[in-house]
Every structure is written in structure tokens, then in C-alpha cells.
Design a protein around this ligand. Structure first.
Ligand SMILES: Cc1cc2nc3c(=O)[nH]c(=O)nc-3n(C[C@H](O)[C@H](O)[C@H](O)COP(=O)(O)OP(=O)(O)OC[C@H]3O[C@@H](n4cnc5c(N)ncnc54)[C@H](O)[C@@H]3O)c2cc1C
Length: 317
């Protein structure tokens, strides 16, 4: 007999019984659907212990790395501590610095009160005075030796009349306090296939997570080719151009392709013109919802497997 710890209580699991069935038998209201590992509705996260291989087979690498598994097909052979899939942590943080990157984009550096266990490419919800909260992608690598894992940066585009982006562009002062919840999302680099070609594509501040993922992949020794396509309507909307060109000069496996949409046409056309076949590639796609939707579809049709396509659309509230 094994046991699972869930929400501070212990539940016995009979031999051959799944985690989901054990929870349901004990009267826990656990979300579920097919009970056969097909829909993922019941997905949970293991915080201590090992789930059998079958319980996470078919999930994206980045989900598996965060401990996600399907309790309906998880018959544990040792004790586990598990949590709801979306369990959030909340932190206080201070604004450290704000730097203009383009006429419309600022880089905001923040310092959390405690270590933010996140991966570049994930996003956090940033709250102000308990009233206003918006999502922003993490653009920095959490290098514990530099920052003790408490500092991170976001890139914020000014939205006309926008409450949060307006404040972060015009009103914020170093030392101002914000609330952070998260991190969320599965759009981040997972090591393990260092030769796999990587495609990073996005528009506007979709560059923020891509920039984080790029530096994370390089730091972790990714050796396969990495292509970054960054699109902006006009040339002055492209940012971090010099930094990205510098990375391209110092890493022979990295190619940076800025795309001025008004001149060059849609980013997906430029991308597929250069890389028409994407079978075996891992792709990260971020930015405005329309561009993300089209890119995702075209990348899939060009041969990338859907489990190798990671996307974050910056949806409006
Ligand atoms: C997962 C995720 C990650 C995100 N990451 C980033 C990021 O890294 N950088 C970043 O700059 N933004 C990002 N966003 C968008 C961000 O969360 C806010 O929506 C954006 O900053 C606008 O908030 P606001 O308070 O300034 O505007 P609001 O006060 O909410 O809106 C003002 C007006 O602008 C409209 N509006 C709101 N959002 C947009 C938009 N994106 N485009 C056009 N009009 C809009 C609203 O409908 C409203 O009319 C992300 C969103 C999601 C869901």
C-alpha cells in the first residue's frame, strides 16, 4: 500500500489503484474526464516523489520538468506528495530600474522579496495596490550566482490608455512595490536534446520570452542551430538589436533575423521562405494573438510536431 499527500492530508492508494481513483474514493473533488490519459483534464503536479513514466508520457517536456502528470493513469509504486496543477505562489517585489528599449518598449527590472523559482519564457502576474494585475513574460535568465534568483526583467509595450503599461512607462519609480504571482506557462527551454534545431519567432514584446529562452538555451550549452525571427511593424519597433547581433557574432549556431513587417511582409512568410521544412524542430512562438495563431499553424504544417511547439499569446484581458 502506498500513500499520497494532498492538501495536507494523507490518502492510501491500494495496489493497482490510480491516484485519481484513490482521491475520488476518499471523497476529494478532483477534476477529471476520460480517466484514460487522453484529455489531461485531471492533470496535477508532483512536488515530492517519483511518478511512473506512463503517468507523464505524452506531456510536453516542459510540463514533465515541472512535475506535471496525469493522476488517472498514475499507479504509484512509492509515496508521493501532489498539488493542484495551477498552484500559485505570491511574492512582494520592488521596482529596481526602468530603461527605454524603443519608443514603445521599456525594460523593467524587479527584485523579489524571495527567490522566484521561474524559467525564462514563463510569465508572472504583476499586481499593483491589490487592484490591478497584468501578465508579463520573464525575459531574463535566473542566474543564481548573479542575482540569487530574486531579480528578473520584463519588457513592457505601451498600450494606448493602458493602466498598467502606462504606469510602467510614465509613473513608476525605483523602490515602488508590486505583487507577483506565478510563474505560469510552459514556454521555456528544457535541456536534453542539445542538437535539436530551435526556432524562436514573435512580434513586439513577444521578444521578451524569446530573449530569455535564447540566453537560457545558450547558457545550457545548446549546440544545434537557433533561429530567432523578431517582427515589428516599423524599424523603430525592433529592439535589443545590438545585443542580439552581438550574441549572433559570438555564437556561430545562432542566427538573428529582424523583420520589418511593413516592408518585408508577414513574419510567417519570411520565416517559411527561409525555413520551409521544420520536421524535427522545436519552436517557441510568442506575442500578439493573431500572429501567434498563424505562426503556430504554419510551423505545424511545415512539419514540427505539436508537442514541440510552445506558444504564449499575449491575450487582452
Ligand atoms: C501570457 C501573457 C503574457 C504577456 N506578456 C507581456 C509582455 O511580456 N510584455 C507586454 O508588453 N505585454 C504582455 N502581455 C500583455 C499585458 O498583460 C497587458 O495586457 C498589456 O500590458 C496591457 O495592459 P494595460 O493595463 O496597460 O492595458 P488595459 O488598461 O488593460 O487596456 C487599455 C486598452 O487597451 C486595450 N488593450 C489591452 N491589451 C492590449 C494589447 N495587448 N494590444 C492592444 N490593445 C490592448 C484594452 O482592450 C483597452 O481598450 C502579456 C499577456 C499575456 C496574457
Amino acid at each position: 500500500m502506498t500513500a499520497i499527500r494532498y492538501q495536507e492530508r494523507l490518502y492510501p492508494v491500494a495496489p493497482g489503484e490510480s491516484v485519481l481513483d484513490a482521491l475520488l474514493a476518499a471523497g476529494v473533488e478532483a477534476a477529471h474526464s476520460c480517466k484514460a490519459g487522453s484529455y489531461g483534464v485531471c492533470m496535477m503536479r508532483v512536488t515530492s516523489g517519483m511518478v511512473p513514466e506512463r503517468a507523464s508520457a505524452g506531456l510536453k517536456d516542459s510540463w514533465r520538468q515541472q512535475g506535471y502528470f496525469l493522476p488517472c493513469v498514475c499507479v504509484p509504486d512509492s509515496d508521493l506528495t501532489i498539488a493542484r496543477a495551477g498552484g500559485d505562489a505570491a511574492y512582494g517585489a520592488s521596482i529596481d530600474a526602468v530603461e527605454r528599449l524603443s519608443p514603445d518598449v521599456v525594460r523593467v527590472r524587479l527584485v523579489c522579496d524571495t527567490v522566484l523559482e521561474s524559467r525564462p519564457g514563463q510569465y508572472v502576474s504583476l499586481g499593483r495596490e491589490g487592484k490591478l494585475a497584468r501578465s508579463y513574460s520573464i525575459a531574463s535568465i535566473s542566474d543564481a550566482s548573479i542575482s540569487e534568483g530574486r531579480e528578473f526583467e520584463i519588457h513592457v509595450r505601451r498600450v494606448a490608455g493602458g493602466q498598467m503599461s502606462g504606469w510602467l512607462h510614465d509613473g513608476v519609480q525605483p523602490g515602488d512595490r508590486v505583487e507577483i504571482t506565478g510563474p505560469y506557462g510552459d514556454c521555456f527551454y528544457v535541456p536534453g536534446r542539445p542538437e535539436q534545431p530551435l526556432l524562436l519567432a514573435g512580434t513586439g514584446t513577444g521578444l521578451a520570452p524569446l530573449y530569455g529562452i535564447l540566453r537560457d538555451a545558450l547558457r545550457q550549452g545548446h549546440a544545434g542551430p537557433i533561429h530567432l525571427f523578431h517582427g515589428a511593424k516599423t524599424e523603430d519597433g525592433l529592439y535589443l538589436v545590438n545585443e542580439l547581433r552581438h550574441i549572433a557574432r559570438t555564437h556561430s549556431n545562432f542566427e538573428y533575423l529582424p523583420v520589418v513587417l511593413d516592408q518585408d511582409g508577414p513574419i510567417e512568410n519570411v520565416l517559411l521562405g527561409r525555413l520551409p521544412r521544420l520536421s524535427g524542430w522545436r519552436a517557441f512562438v510568442c506575442g500578439g494573438p493573431a500572429a501567434v495563431q498563424v505562426l503556430r499553424k504554419k510551423i505545424f504544417l511545415a512539419g514540427a510536431a505539436s508537442r514541440d511547439i510552445y506558444a504564449d499569446a499575449f491575450l487582452r484581458r
